[in-house]
Write a new protein. Sequence first.
Length: 324
Amino acid sequence: MTDNSKENPGYDLLALGEALVDLISAAQSSSLKEVATFERYRGGQPANLAANMALLGKRTAVAACVGEDGFGHYLYKQLEACDVATDFIQFTSQAPTSMAIITRHAGTADFAIARGADAYLQTNMSLEKAAAKSRIVHTSAFGLSREPARGAILEALKIAHEAGSFVSLDPNYHPKIWPDTPEFLAILQAAYQFVEATKPSLDDCVRLFGADHEPAYYAQRFLDWGCQIVVLTLGAQGILLATASGELYEFTGNPIPVVDATGAGDAFWAGFLNTLLDGSSIVDAARLGQVLAEIKLGTVGPLKKLPLNDDLLERAASIQYRKV
């Protein structure tokens, strides 16, 4: 295991977890069995979030483990090109770089995961210092799915929480990623003792807590785990925002043509967290998150550029909401 981390003063965002190669079908399809051709992209929820927030002008870093192979070095160079600090990218020869093979789809994509190096992320003193000094420390359920990465991430979350950093977690749970971990709910619940904000999708909630519940029920489950802010994205039905203090808001998105849904949640996260860092309200944060998600839905592959800030704010102001 190579540790190329360095001393640093902290970041606006330190994202912990998976950096993956996404192989996305060249044409839209509902099933991988129908796909013949794929295109390669940088992927992984924390890595995507860090890159998106760098586009918004924030200082970001990713802590992840990749293989000592061509795909691993591809991801390293891609993150560097996005102005994401790569001080905490670790390389391992114990496994190849992890991959996600995904259909391009307007809704929930069909996918397969080839797990590998992502699970080998390890902690070190420099990473722990960065967790204590960064304004936001973020991770995902994917990153927590296997050891030793789970232990390294949980330790960083604990350090960040105790240092007063804002901690967020994307509960992107899927049984394909946790096939051998029946206690996944207990693991996630333990992580949430350090977490201030979470953004589940409706699909995440159904996989975690079962189907046929109202969105408010799902939001309350995360609040019961100790989270202060829950943003539940409901696809074309909009957003439900709930807080531990009892606030509840519903947001309506804009109808747009969808060309690639992969990464839309990561774009939402970037708009949401960026707005909170700038000192605005959670309502304004949810509105900008929705705008960035809509831009991503109309973009194939990761976001590479965004409109000017004034244009983004104008679009965010058009997102309708109501207090419930």
